[in-house]
Design a protein around this ligand. Structure first.
Ligand code: PMP
Length: 407
């Protein structure tokens, strides 16, 4: 592809030029976490070398600089999500923390005995367990939208399951185990037609599709920085202002208050009400740099590159005797899940590792979904902006080696 210089992109990622087990690294575990470009690593280093101080507190210059950089990152996240108001962006540790925050504040307030929380069969454990805990606490019921044999959601069932007691629908934008892209705008429209608010798990959607909160009209969106070329330990929750205003604080501590006495505490305005304590300042700055990097390259172009590679990989894997792809969704992003004959995925993954190929082998934190497909684990190859045809070739050679060992 002439307009996409993948070798120039790779050159921006220091780790990609380091051999692994004496082989060039074919990093195909991007759904777990992506690698980081030099600009992100530099932004974090520069912050610690030049600006480090606590935010929102000091009267001194460094604190002002740290605060400005931290708040600029919030603006970048808002822009990335098409949100007009940066104060609707709450910095959190990642998708998991964002979902727990919503379950424990909005959820606790809205869900009562006999109510229902709706999730789908595609969900990662982090979009199941927080709701299960909430339902147990409140005497509510967790309901699940089924998937068909291709790995697509059953939208008729969704309509049936959206009932008068449904208090929230929590649904993923992209499945981390199968790569299914859910028709998220359609799902949100159907839920809203019944007055049900929607939380979208964007952990896998953000790096491949992005999200426009204005266009899709969800109520909450959660994503993790480390899957979009940013550092670990930082992510964001976007929420509709009216809902965030109505939510009680989650954690108590510094920064989330206006005044404290032993009798009464008044809480700070958004977003600080929901950000107790010293935040992950360097992480937020790194995330801002990562979103700038994505913006400059263009998410559309990254997505087109990944789609072409996945198509290539899909065709190449289909030629390997005994290889079985799991799931055939209508639209796919980022991920191919498969099995090699009856070789255990961990054994296959270990052999691939010896060939310098990094994939994930396991249940991908989506045990109910894999159980639905009758497998306890799969191999998962997942793609990012810097992957190449060479990575796909290396994967295919590695899979032939797996067959040779187990033949
Ligand atoms: N949801 C999905 C779909 C995911 O893929 C992941 C990460 N594997 C998560 C949620 C949780 O993200 P994190 O571990 O960064 O909180």
């Amino acid at each position: 592809r002439p307009d996409y210089d993948v070798d120039a992109i790779r050159a921006q990622f220091p780790i990609l030029s380091r051999p692994v087990r004496g082989k060039p690294l074919a990093y195909l575990d991007n759904a777990a976490t992506s690698q980081k470009p030099r600009v992100v690593i530099d932004a974090i280093r520069r912050y610690y070398e030049e600006d480090n101080a606590n935010v929102h507190r000091g009267v001194h210059l460094l604190s002002e600089r740290a605060t400005r950089a931290y708040e600029e990152s919030r603006v970048k996240v808002a822009r990335f999500l098409g949100a007009g108001d940066p104060h609707e962006v709450i910095f959190v540790r990642g998708t998991t923390e964002a979902i727990n925050l919503v379950a424990q504040t909005f959820g606790r307030q809205r869900v009562g005995p006999g109510d229902e929380v709706l999730v789908t069969w595609l969900e990662h454990h982090s979009n199941i367990v927080p709701w299960q805990l909430l339902c147990q606490e409140k005497g509510a019921t967790l309901k699940v939208v089924p998937v068909d044999d291709a790995g697509d959601l059953d939208l008729d069932a969704l309509d049936r399951l959206l009932g008068p007691r449904t208090r929230i629908l929590a649904v993923t934008q992209v499945s981390n185990a199968l790569g299914t892209v859910t028709p998220i705008a359609e799902i949100v429209a159907r839920a809203h037609a019944k007055g049900v608010p929607v939380l979208v798990d964007g952990a896998q959607g953000a790096p491949h599709l992005g999200f426009d909160v204005g266009l899709v009209g969800a109520d909450f969106y959660a994503f993790s920085g480390h899957k979009v070329y940013g550092p670990t330990g930082i992510g964001a929750l976007w929420g509709r202002r009216a809902l965030l205003e109505e939510m009680p604080p989650w954690q108590g501590g510094g920064d989330m208050i206006l005044s404290v006495s032993f009798e009464k505490t008044t809480f700070n305005a958004l977003p600080y009400k929901l950000e107790a304590g010293t935040p992950n300042i360097s992480g937020a700055i790194g995330l801002g740099a990562a979103l700038d990097w994505v913006g400059e390259l263009g998410l559309e172009r990254i997505a087109a590159h990944e789609r072409a590679l996945i198509k290539e990989a899909h065709a190449a894997l289909s030629e390997i005797p005994g290889l079985r792809l799991v799931g055939a969704p209508r639209e796919r992003a980022g991920v191919l899940s498969f099995l090699v004959g009856d070789v255990h995925p961990h054994d296959a993954g270990t052999i691939l590792d010896r060939h310098g190929v990094a994939v994930r082998a396991g249940h991908h934190c989506a045990q109910p979904l894999l159980a639905r497909f009758g497998v306890p684990a799969t191999l998962r190859a997942s793609f990012a902006a810097y992957n190449t045809t060479r990575d796909v070739d290396q994967l295919v050679r590695g899979l032939h080696a797996v067959r040779d060992v187990f033949a």
